[in-house]
Design a protein around this ligand. Sequence first.
Ligand SMILES: *[C@@H]1O[C@H](CO)[C@@H](O)[C@H](O)[C@H]1NC(C)=O
Ligand SMILES: *[C@@H]1O[C@H](CO)[C@@H](O)[C@H](O)[C@H]1NC(C)=O
Ligand SMILES: *[C@@H]1O[C@H](CO)[C@@H](O)[C@H](O)[C@H]1NC(C)=O
Ligand SMILES: *[C@@H]1O[C@H](CO)[C@@H](O)[C@H](O)[C@H]1NC(C)=O
Ligand SMILES: *[C@@H]1O[C@H](CO)[C@@H](O)[C@H](O)[C@H]1NC(C)=O
Ligand SMILES: *[C@@H]1O[C@H](CO)[C@@H](O)[C@H](O)[C@H]1NC(C)=O
Length: 305
Amino acid sequence: MASFSLALVLLVYLVSPTSSCTEQEKSSLLQLLAGLSRDGGLTASWRHDTDCCTWEGITCNQDRKVTDVLLASRGLEGPISPLLGNLTGLLRLNLSRNSLSGGLPLELVSSSSILVLDVSFNRLTGGLGELTSSIPARPLQVLNISSNLFTGRFPSTTWEAMKSLVVLNASSNRFTGQMPTTPCVSTPSFAVLELSFNQLSGNIPPGLSNCSALKLLGAGYNNLSGTLPDELFKGTSLEHLSLPNNRLEGALDGISKLTNLVTLDLGGNELSGNIPESIGDLKRLEEQGQLRKFVQSKKTRSSFQ
Ligand SMILES: *[C@@H]1O[C@H](CO)[C@@H](O)[C@H](O)[C@H]1NC(C)=O
Ligand SMILES: *[C@@H]1O[C@H](CO)[C@@H](O)[C@H](O)[C@H]1NC(C)=O
Ligand SMILES: *[C@@H]1O[C@H](CO)[C@@H](O)[C@H](O)[C@H]1NC(C)=O
Ligand SMILES: *[C@@H]1O[C@H](CO)[C@@H](O)[C@H](O)[C@H]1NC(C)=O
Ligand SMILES: *[C@@H]1O[C@H](CO)[C@@H](O)[C@H](O)[C@H]1NC(C)=O
Ligand SMILES: *[C@@H]1O[C@H](CO)[C@@H](O)[C@H](O)[C@H]1NC(C)=O
C-alpha cells in the first residue's frame, strides 16, 4: 500500500506540467531587470509568460530553483536589485564587466546560499557595510569586487560570519584604512587576499599570521608603511607575495622562511639592508638568477621583482 502511494506520487510528479520556476523567483529576477536603465536586450528572453529557468543567463536545478545568474559582459546599467538575495537556491552570481552602479546589496554578500559572487569591473560605490552581528556562518567562498569605486574601511568583526571565504579580491577600488585581517581569524581555508591599487594605509597587520592557509597576498600600490612584521614570515603556505609601491621600510631578514614562495615583488619601497643570501634557498622562487643580481648590486633600495 505504501509503495503504491509512493509510485502514485512519483507518477503525478513526473507527469506534472508545473515544472517551471516559482512565481516568486521569476518576480525577483524581473525586478532586477525592471530596475536597470540598460538591460542589454535581456527583455527579449526574460518574459513573464515563460519559465525563468529557460531565460538567458539563468540556470536552475532539478527542483526548478535558480542556481546561477551569469550575466557578465551584457552591457547592463543601473543598480543591482537586493531581491536577488531572495533566490534561496542561488549559488553563483556573476555580474562582472557591466556598468552597474549604486551599492552592493548586503543581502547578496550575506546570502545563505551564494558561494561565488563576482561583481568586478562595474561602477559600484559605497562601502561594504557591516553585517548584523551574530548572524550564522555564511557559505560565501569567492568574493570578487575588484575594479569598482568602493570606498571606506573594510568592515571588521561582523565579517567573522564569512567562515567559508577562500578568495577576497578587492583590488582597484578606493578602500582606505587598515588592511583587513578578519578573515584570518575566522576562516581556516582563507587563501587569497588581493587588495592592490587601493588607498590602504598603516602597517601590515601582525594578525596576518592567523591566516595559516594564505597562498596569495597582494597589496601593492597602496600607502602601507612600517616594517614587514615577523608574523608575515610565519605564513609558510605563502606562494605569492606582492607589495610593490608602498612605503615599507626595514629589513627583509625573515623572507627565506617562506619556503613555498614562488613570486615576490617588493619593488618601489624603502626597504633597506641586504637581501639575505639565504633567499637562494627558496627552491620554488622564480627568476632566482635575476634576484641574485639585485642582492649583489642593490644594497639599500630594493627594486627587484
Ligand atoms: C524578499 O525577501 C524579503 C525578506 O525575506 C521579504 O520581506 C520580501 O517580501 C521578499 N520579496 C519578494 C518580492 O519576494
Ligand atoms: C565571471 O564571468 C567572467 C566572464 O565570463 C569570467 O571571466 C569570470 O571568471 C567569472 N567569475 C567567476 C568568479 O567565475
Ligand atoms: C574574480 O576573481 C575570481 C577569484 O579570483 C576569479 O575566479 C574571477 O575570474 C575574477 N573575475 C574576473 C572577471 O576576472
Ligand atoms: C582579481 O580580480 C581581477 C579582476 O577581476 C583579476 O584580474 C585578478 O586576476 C584577480 N586576482 C586574483 C588574485 O584573484
Ligand atoms: C590570532 O587570532 C587570535 C584569536 O583567534 C587572537 O587572539 C590573536 O591575537 C591573533 N593573532 C594576531 C597576531 O593578531
Ligand atoms: C599615506 O599615509 C600617511 C600616513 O601614514 C598620510 O600622511 C598620507 O597622507 C597618505 N598618503 C596618501 C596619498 O594617502
